[in-house]
Design a protein around this ligand. Structure first.
Ligand SMILES: Nc1ncnc2[nH]cnc12
Length: 176
């Protein structure tokens, strides 16, 4: 299997290169269950957060542990944007996005219960990989749609195109 070696702070991983679409492969970065990478990335990114950020927003599920560590290190709270609408949600705000890794439309849902934590506040979006930017754009629409300001985007890796608006610890190539 082809692999692509990355460094996250002082931690090294050999990522498997896997096909996600005809003629397109990615170096698959899955930090779920990887305590060492999650802790290292969270501590590194927490040092890079602008001090005036009020709240972190992360999409479930791959970046959840990362948001937890950044929150713990920075003392800033975090909100999770869910992938399904739950019956207990109050006035949920939803957007659809097509994921590069699954190729399928996905829902992103902000529980109305969390709207007041976003409205009028400076938000940092936290994700594991920012690739096509589809998830990022939908998160931005949801946050700005309820009156929040996206003041920073934090990710472990950008992928494909350069993304100057994203504060990342590294960059992944797209294999085409
Ligand atoms: N290389 C990658 N690894 C994991 N998730 C991704 N989402 C987009 N690109 C990805």
């Amino acid at each position: 299997m082809t692999t692509h070696t990355v460094h996250v702070g002082r931690v090294t991983r050999d990522l498997p290169v896997v096909p996600v679409a005809p003629g397109v492969s990615v170096a698959l970065f899955n930090m779920l269950g990887d305590t060492e990478v999650t802790e290292e990335a969270g501590r590194e990114l927490a040092r890079l957060i602008p001090p005036d950020i009020d709240v972190l927003v992360t999409p479930e599920v791959k970046a959840l542990g990362l948001a937890h560590v950044i929150s713990r290190e920075s003392g800033k709270p975090y909100i999770v944007i869910r992938k399904t609408q739950k019956p207990y949600m109050v006035n949920p705000v939803a957007r659809e996005v097509v994921s590069i890794t699954t190729g399928k439309p996905q829902l992103l849902v902000l529980d109305g219960f969390d709207v007041e934590k976003v409205r009028g506040h400076k938000v940092a979006i936290v994700d594991d990989v920012v690739s096509s930017g589809g998830t990022l754009n939908s998160l931005r629409e949801i946050i700005e749609g309820v009156g929040g300001e996206v003041a920073a985007v934090l990710a472990v890796f950008t992928e494909g195109d350069e993304r100057p608006e994203v504060t990342a610890l590294g960059h992944l190539p797209l294999f085409t």
